[in-house]
Ligand binder design. Structure first.
Ligand code: IP8
Length: 256
C-alpha cells in the first residue's frame, strides 16, 4: 500500500479563501486510479483551513471565546473541501469515504491519538478508502488545536506500514536554495539527515505549513528500512502516475 498526501498547495489556491483546484484534483485522482496501486489518501487544508486558523491563532489552543466561531467555520470549511475530494475520487472510480480527523479522533498536547483503528481498518478491508485530512481537532490539554495532514500521515504510516509514502506538492522537490530567487538553485534528488542538515532552512521555498525543510524532516522521520518518502510535483500532468508506476521522475526522495 502507498500512503499519499495531496498537499493544500496543489488542491487549493492558497492565495484565495476557499478556492478549490477542481481540475488538478480530478486529474490526480485519475492518475492514482490509473496506477492500479492500493493507496490511502490524506489531504491538506490549503485555503479552506489556513486562512481562518491563522487569523484566530487556532494552533495555540483555546485562549478566548472569540475563537469558537472560527473553530466551527474551519471545521465546516475543511469538511466542504473533503466532500469535493471524496466526490472526485468516487468519480475516478476509487470508492472513498470521509473520516474527518476532528470528528473521529482527539489530540493530547498536539499529538494525534488514533487509539481505536476499527473504522479505518474496517473500510480498508471492504475496499473503501478512508480519507482523512488536516483539521481542527479537540485537544485534551489545549481545548482544541490544529492537526496537520502531515501528522495524520505519521499516524497512518504507523497503522498501515505502507511500502512507500508520497507527498504531492506544487514544487519539484527540495532545492539547495530558493529557486524563485536564485537561478543556480539545484534540486536535491536524494536526501538523508546529513544532507538536510547542510541546507539552511530559510533557503528553501515555503510551503503551506512550515516550509519544505520542515516537511523533509517529517518525511525522514517516516522513512524506514525499505520505505522511501517522496516529494513530487502534482501540478505537472502525469508525474504522480509515473512515480506510482515505478518510472523515473523529477522528485526528491528521502531515505533513512
Ligand atoms: O494543510 C492544516 O493541515 P495542512 C489544517 O496539512 C488546518 O497543514 C485546519 C489548517
Amino acid at each position: 500500500m502507498i500512503l499519499i498526501k495531496l498537499g493544500g498547495s496543489v488542491i487549493t489556491d492558497k492565495s484565495a479563501y476557499k478556492r478549490f483546484n477542481k481540475d488538478i484534483v480530478s486529474r490526480l485522482c485519475r492518475e492514482i486510479k490509473g496506477s492500479k496501486k492500493e493507496v490511502i489518501i490524506v489531504h491538506g487544508a490549503g485555503s479552506f483551513g489556513h486562512v481562518l486558523a491563522k487569523e484566530f491563532e487556532l494552533q495555540k489552543g483555546h485562549m478566548n471565546n472569540g475563537q469558537i466561531d472560527a473553530v466551527a467555520k474551519v471545521s465546516r470549511d475543511v469538511r466542504e473541501l473533503n466532500g469535493m475530494i471524496v466526490s472526485e475520487l468516487i468519480s475516478a472510480g476509487i470508492p472513498s469515504v470521509s473520516v474527518p480527523t476532528g470528528s473521529c479522533f482527539v489530540m493530547d498536547d498536539n499529538e494525534l491519538l488514533i487509539n481505536d483503528d476499527e473504522v479505518l481498518r474496517g473500510y480498508v478491508r471492504l475496499g473503501i478508502m478512508p480519507v482523512m485530512f488536516g483539521d481542527v481537532v479537540l485537544d485534551r490539554k489545549k481545548g482544541f488545536g490544529i492537526c496537520s495532514g502531515d501528522a495524520v500521515m505519521r499516524s497512518l504510516a504507523i497503522l498501515f506500514e505502507p511500502e512507500a509514502v508520497v507527498f504531492v506538492s506544487d514544487i519539484d522537490g527540495l532545492y539547495d536554495r530558493d529557486p524563485k530567487v536564485s537561478k543556480d538553485a539545484k534540486l536535491i534528488t536524494d536526501v538523508d539527515r546529513d544532507a538536510l542538515d547542510r541546507i539552511p532552512p530559510e533557503m528553501t521555498v515555503a510551503d503551506v505549513t512550515g516550509g519544505v525543510h520542515a516537511k523533509m524532516r517529517t518525511m525522514l522521520d517516516m522513512c524506514s528500512d525499505g520505505r522511501d518518502c517522496i516529494l513530487v510535483n502534482g501540478t505537472v500532468d502525469g508525474r504522480l502516475e509515473e512515480l506510482l508506476t515505478g518510472k523515473k521522475v523529477i522528485c526528491t526522495r528521502a531515505r533513512k
